[in-house]
Write a protein that binds this ligand. Structure first.
Ligand SMILES: [Zn+2]
Length: 118
């Protein structure tokens, strides 16, 4: 599995390297269930939806550190995020994502685009 992880790593680096230049927008892949899968690809956000209710959204940190981020979408839980999808499943998240530990990335997700905070 080591070879796989090296290739994966390389694809992610390449992808993240190209992303800002090409302005590729993220899309949401919806899975049935209350938890997003452990392994997620670098090009999509994965939304866990069960019985029409959104539970959580997971994606890889867009800074390139490749940490898996998982945001809760359930209004009863604090903190939680509000997700909106447009017709093409481009995600908008509110509020911004601010990782106060690890890489410290702080960004907004708007219509599938990552908008970095200074
Ligand atoms: Zn990061």
């Amino acid at each position: 599995m080591k070879v796989f992880s090296i290739i994966w790593d390389w694809i992610c680096r390449l992808w993240f390297g190209l992303l800002p230049k090409k302005g590729i927008r993220k899309r949401v892949k919806i899975i049935e269930g209350d938890t997003p899968p452990e392994l997620i690809s670098c090009d999509n956000f994965v939304l866990a939806r069960e019985d029409g209710e959104d539970w959580a959204i997971a994606f890889l940190c867009p800074c390139g550190c490749k940490d898996r981020l998982e945001l809760v979408l359930i209004p009863e839980v604090k903190p939680h995020w509000v997700l909106k999808l447009d017709n093409a499943d481009h995600p908008t998240l509110h509020p911004s994502v601010w990782r106060k530990t690890d890489c410290g990335a702080h960004f907004w997700v708007k219509e599938g685009r990552i908008i970095w905070c200074e």
